[in-house]
Design a protein around this ligand. Structure first.
Ligand code: ATP
Length: 463
């Protein structure tokens, strides 16, 4: 394991995560053969499986398990007035300074205050420009004319697509307050600083749920959603001591927000925001009422047609940022006895890299490995794979020593391996090997699917 140096042995670092992600086909740099595109990443075969499963887990949690939440998939391109109403045209800015000498660009709030005061570049000591406001929205033109009337933005968040559809959804789906709308989709921000792998990118995906409530019940619902979102991460098997709440202070609180908390995760570079849970008051629907001229009040037919503009409780998580969190959280290096676990080459202690994904999000749930290619074992293994693939994400590997193949599956985060050997031919049993404990048991082939289902349901992370 060449990338495990003694100083960092056993620890997750961003370098190791980035290198594993590339090596195993989770995440590649966008257009790498041209030198890469800043702020954009491509999800490879394992990455897209992981991303899809994280999205599915969130979607299930938010829609299937909540009778009062429905889904939506709104367009990325929206009427430009949307972004005036939302405040993004005016306020969605970062304060920027440039170094006149080395031309490096900084976010003014991210360099030491003394440098800012002395207008001195923290990199080269050159002179800094004054602070300019830089809007983070990607702006382009729609149609053949490139004039101001054709300006259109790539959405910087998915939430506005939900707000502008709230009335449609009430009417088409007869929703009654309180209810929520969930959406997963791409968002774009012209971020200036995009370091830390996929943490902050210009193109990313969000998983947002906007919950519409009666004014006066908002505090109660806000607390309820804080509880639910915390419980969700617990269910996903995330290390709970790596999560914490951060309440926005007066200086961070958006002007419209009544209260805001972030769920922060302890990434290798420190505590950073993973998800926001916000009480947005009635700001959004009031603004859209004002800018569209449409009445967006809710009419409470069960309560003498009482009218009001709902308050909104928002839960807003980054899908791609959650994927990074899951990678960091799952990453482990473990010392294992040299000859154990099917025998890796050499003797003495060995290290294995293992991604301890919850089986619900693991890219491959079960890998089928014939001990030998010959004597019909490969054919039996293929047969078993065919039996399982309708219900499980399966993998297959017949190359190399069995111990090495287990390591490869560990590194890809596959929670279960099924090994077909000569005993399988004799008595129809296979070896079921568990990623986390490396325990191996014999299971009749006929019981495999049921056993796997049970294991997935009962999964508890042991380390
Ligand atoms: P920051 O202050 O870090 O720029 P934010 O507070 O503006 O983030 P929100 O607008 O609340 O973030 O977005 C909600 C979620 O979307 C964030 O918690 C994060 O998970 C994700 N997100 C936001 N910006 C990015 C980005 N540039 N790249 C990846 N994920 C992002």
């Amino acid at each position: 394991m060449s990338d495990i140096t003694s100083e960092y042995q056993g620890k997750a670092t961003m370098e190791k995560i980035t290198s594993l992600a590339k090596r195993r086909g989770f995440v590649f740099q966008s257009s790498e053969i041209y030198g890469g595109q800043n702020g954009a990443w491509d999800y490879g075969p394992l990455g897209i499986e992981l991303k899809n499963r994280i999205a599915q887990a969130w979607w299930k949690e938010m829609t299937q398990l909540h009778d009062d939440i429905v889904g939506l998939d709104a367009a990325i391109l929206m009427h430009p007035r949307t972004w005036e109403a939302s405040g993004h045209v005016e306020n969605f800015t970062d304060p920027l300074v440039d170094c006149k000498k080395c031309k490096t660009r900084f976010r003014a709030d991210q360099i030491p205050p003394e440098n800012l005061a002395a207008k001195k570049c923290p990199e080269c000591g050159g002179e800094l420009t004054g602070i300019r406001k830089f809007n983070l929205m990607f702006k382009t033109h729609i149609g053949p004319a490139e004039d101001s009337a054709s300006i259109i933005y790539l959405r910087p968040e998915t939430a506005q697509g939900i707000y502008v559809n709230y009335k449609n959804i009430i009417q088409s789906n007869r929703m009654k307050i309180p209810f929520g709308i969930a959406q997963i989709g791409k968002a774009f921000r012209n971020e200036i600083v995009t370091k830390n792998f996929i943490f902050r990118t210009c193109e990313f995906e969000q998983m947002e749920m906007q919950f519409f409530v009666k004014p006066g019940t908002d505090v109660e619902w806000f607390n309820e959603w804080k509880k639910r979102r915390w419980a969700y991460y617990e269910k996903l098997g995330v290390k709970m001591d790596s999560l914490r709440w951060h309440q926005h202070g007066a200086d961070e609180l958006a002007h419209y927000a009544k209260d805001a908390y972030d769920i922060e995760y302890l990434f290798p570079m420190g505590w950073r925001e993973l998800e926001g849970v916000h009480n947005r008051s009635n700001y959004d629907l009031s603004r859209h009422t004002q800018y569209s001229g449409k009445d967006l009040q809710y009419i409470d037919q069960d309560n003498n047609n009482e009218r009001y503009i709902p308050f909104i409780i928002e839960t807003s998580a980054g899908l791609t940022r959650t994927l990074l969190m899951i990678l960091c959280d799952a990453y482990d290096e473990e010392k294992v006895a040299g000859k154990g676990d099917g025998g890796t080459e050499g003797s003495g202690d060995d290290w294995r890299t293992v991604l301890r994904f919850h089986p619900v999000v693991a890219p491959t749930t079960v890998a089928i490995l014939p001990l030998m290619k010959k004597d019909g074992l490969a054919e039996i293994a293929q047969d078993i794979r065919n039996e399982l693939k309708e219900d499980f994400a399966t993998g297959y590997d017949q190359a190399g020593a069995i111990g090495r193949r287990y390591r490869r599956q560990d590194e890809a985060g596959t929670p279960y391996c099924v090994t077909v050997d000569y005993e399988t031919k004799d008595n129809g049993t296979v070896t079921l090997r568990f990623r986390d404990s490396m325990e191996q048991i014999r299971v009749p082939r006929a019981d495999l699917a049921e056993r796997l289902r049970k294991e997935i349901k009962a999964y508890k992370r042991i380390k």
